[in-house]
Design a protein around this ligand. Structure first.
Ligand SMILES: [Zn+2]
Length: 344
């Protein structure tokens, strides 16, 4: 398809997939006065005539094979361009890594979600590093368009997890450099069907940490379920997320049910266990579900002569991989969040 019938079809995903790394910018406006700016392949900005106080970034396909969020954003973009959805706020949609969508892989050369916060500048350049630099620039111009400090900046980076998870949907709340976590944001996540949240205690090179640390945006990496190919997603499982995102962009304000800690499972990162010996094993299979918890004293891993035991009741495993190279992380563990006072 060509770019000049985008205003009829709304099919920005096809335009994006046909232009893997580059697309000349172009603009048009909708009958309802919304300005549409295609900034690059996979990057489309909507500015409604009377825009509200939120600046919202919705990204997907930072990992190309994570199709469900791509399908959700594709539908939202089509709805907006066809005039079926009427925006209340400025929205920037990003399909992060179009070439990796086409090859149905997580990435082409390098994991895009480890290349933000300037990490793309390090080492030999490749397409993903160049893309990360451009995405940083598009997000910067989007958030910097207004100097008004009262505007609410939001960036939800939508993913699906590779493996099964005891808590199928979960979100990563980036490290806030000492600022308190926000209950209202957790309520938004709950409304999307996400009640499991990993609170990070250190900086990262992820897309969500970039927006959070650089622009004070309320930003999350949101895992909406398990990876499946296009067309094989049971979209009913994503209905809550899609509905909540639709409300977010089309309503001036959204009211969520009253916040209650009992509705959530909040975790904090506890430790990483590296493989240092050839002889490394887990007492569970590598496909064990994320967030499987262990009682204090239960065996978590054996690295040569060293046994690692759960040190805290409920210490839970994330992304176990016994086959990593020596010196690499074989396991991340989390524990129930210990201090619940750091919330506003
Ligand atoms: Zn992902």
């Amino acid at each position: 398809m060509t770019t000049n019938n985008l205003s009829q079809t709304g099919d920005f995903l096809s335009v994006t997939r046909a232009n893997e790394w580059h697309l000349e910018p172009f603009s048009f406006s909708l009958d309802n006065g919304t300005q549409v700016d295609v900034l690059d392949t996979g990057v489309i900005q909507f500015t409604p005539k009377n825009c509200g106080s939120k600046d919202i970034v919705l990204s997907s396909a930072v990992h190309g094979n994570e199709t469900a969020p791509i399908e959700i954003c594709d539908e939202l973009i089509k709805g907006i361009i066809k005039g079926e959805l009427s925006l209340s706020h400025r929205v920037l949609f990003i399909f992060g890594n179009p070439a990796s969508i086409n090859i149905e892989k997580r990435f082409v050369e390098e994991n895009l979600n480890r290349l933000f916060c300037g990490a793309h500048k390090k080492g030999e350049q490749n397409n993903e590093k160049i893309r990360a630099a451009k995405l940083e620039a598009y997000v910067s111009q989007f958030f910097n368009a207004f100097s008004d400090k009262n505007r609410k900046r939001i960036h939800y980076d939508l993913h699906t997890a590779i493996r099964d998870s005891k808590n199928e949907k979960f979100a990563v709340y980036p490290f806030l450099n000492g600022k308190p976590w926000k209950k209202e944001e957790l309520s938004f996540l709950l409304s999307c069907g996400v009640n499991t949240i990993m609170m990070m205690k250190s900086s990262a090179t992820t897309f969500s940490y970039f927006s959070s640390s650089m622009f004070d945006a309320d930003a999350f990496t949101i895992e909406l379920g398990k990876v499946r190919p296009f067309g094989e997603n049971d979209m009913s499982r994503f209905e809550k997320a899609k509905m909540t995102l639709t409300q977010l962009i089309t309503h001036d304000t959204v009211n969520y049910p009253e916040f209650n800690f009992a509705d959530f499972e909040l975790f904090e990162v506890y430790r990483t266990i590296n493989r240092t010996q050839q002889d490394f094993s887990f007492p569970f299979s590598d496909s064990a579900a994320n967030f499987t918890g262990f009682a204090k004293g239960e065996l978590l891993a054996t690295d040569g002569d060293t046994d690692y035991f759960a040190e805290v009741d409920g210490e839970a495993i994330i992304f176990p991989n016994a086959k990593v190279a020596l010196g690499q992380r074989a396991l991340l563990t989390v524990i129930p969040l210990q201090n619940k006072t750091d919330f506003v």
